[in-house]
Design a protein around this ligand. Structure first.
Ligand code: SF4
Length: 366
């Protein structure tokens, strides 16, 4: 089981790093967790240009001039948990809807026809409304049509992940939201998600089941971002040691306006987010870094080539919202409203290739 040093120690570790530690981390051929702490520290803020340059150099070397493009397909907004920051939270009065298999397939095919080959199936945590049987049946319908199908749904057991992998799901995203246990309890009021320990072991369960890719992340704005990003580094390093065959991604979604009007006093600026992305890239040269449509187009365009390797595009966060854009009941409001074609065109204008397909399910099936 993964366990972290106390969150207060992570905060202290980051706060105590000096400019000398930052320079050491920038020069290190194999940065460790202490280097990551330095790159996340207040002392590193004055070195943002140097960290951006180092992050860009590594990204070019490991990933080339490419950005992978994907889109989410929201399947259901029913949820049994109460998470203060989420539009789907059980206490919110929103239009609840779950897509039938036919409707879900139709939503996915709208994305397919727009040119998407990588999709992420998303649902709230309500196993009675939508369980493993449903995900398996949908995966079997979609597996031949998409290069990859991943899920961001309720936590599952290892054998359930293995079953979905066999059906064609190749990736799982599951975010801890915050690694600070006190805050975690305060914002997760009820439901299974309230169990911090249970959740923290889900990425390992997905990797153990054989998933090709596992995504971890924190929701920025819930707690101290520097310590949360360092905790992510600890988690990533622990997973890498045990699951060397699995590819990992890290995501740093920032809080967005959502039903329930949750507000936080923990502001995380674009500059902070950039520092985090650069630090994680320098710490782990192979990790996929995701920058979603939560961020505005100006910021996403500016970050091309500096660290992120995957962008969502043309996203809708309400179930059924691609076929019917008037539907409400979204999880949160997005920041980048461009269509996929516009996102791709802006990436190309910066001399990069938007990659809609870099993996094919047939690699796995044969
Ligand atoms: S964050 Fe996930 S578990 Fe929590 S309310 Fe939203 S959909 Fe449900």
């Amino acid at each position: 089981m993964f366990s972290l040093p106390p969150f207060s120690e992570l905060k202290e570790l980051v706060a105590s790093r000096t400019a000398g530690d930052v320079l050491h981390a920038l020069k290190s051929p194999h940065p460790d967790l202490s280097d990551l702490a330095a790159l996340l520290s207040p002392a590193a803020d004055g070195f943002l240009e140097q960290t951006a340059a180092r992050s860009s150099e590594i990204t070019m070397y490991r990933f080339g001039k490419t950005i992978q493009i994907y889109a989410p397909v929201y399947l259901s907004n029913f949820c049994t948990n109460q998470c203060l920051y989420c539009g789907f939270s059980a206490g919110n009065r929103i239009d609840r809807r779950k897509l039938s298999l036919e409707e879900a397939e139709s939503e996915a095919m709208i994305l397919h026809n727009r040119g998407f080959n990588h999709i992420l199936l998303v649902s709230g945590d309500a196993p009675k409304a939508m369980g493993v049987d449903y995900f398996e049946a949908l995966a079997l319908r979609l597996r031949e049509r998409f290069a990859s199908v991943s899920i961001e749904v309720q936590p599952l057991e290892t054998d359930e992940y293995a079953r979905l992998f066999a059906a064609g799901i190749t990736g799982v995203a599951v975010y801890q939201e915050t690694y600070e246990q006190k805050t975690y309890k305060e914002i997760h009021l009820s439901g299974k998600k309230r169990d911090y320990e249970y959740r923290i072991d889900i990425p390992a369960r997905a990797a153990e089941a054989g998933m090709r890719e596992v995504g971890i992340g924190v929701l920025l704005g819930l707690s101290d971002w520097r310590a949360d990003a360092l905790a992510l580094g600890f988690h990533l390093a622990w997973l890498r040691k045990r699951f060397w065959k699995t590819a990992f991604t890290v995501s740093f979604p920032r809080l967005r306006p959502a039903e329930g009007d949750f507000t936080s006093s923990m502001d995380v600026s674009e500059r902070n987010l950039a520092q985090m992305l650069f630090a994680m890239r320098i710490f782990d040269q192979d990790v996929g870094l995701i920058l979603s449509t939560r961020e505005e187009s100006r910021f996403r365009d500016g970050m091309i080539g500096l660290g992120p390797t995957r962008y969502s595009a043309g996203s809708c966060t309400a179930p059924g919202g691609y076929g019917n854009p008037d539907l409400t009941g979204e999880q949160f409001s997005i920041g980048d409203h461009r269509l996929m074609a516009e996102v791709c065109s802006d990436i190309k204008n910066r001399g990069f290739d938007p990659v809609c397909k870099d993996w094919d399910m047939t690699f796995q099936l044969h």
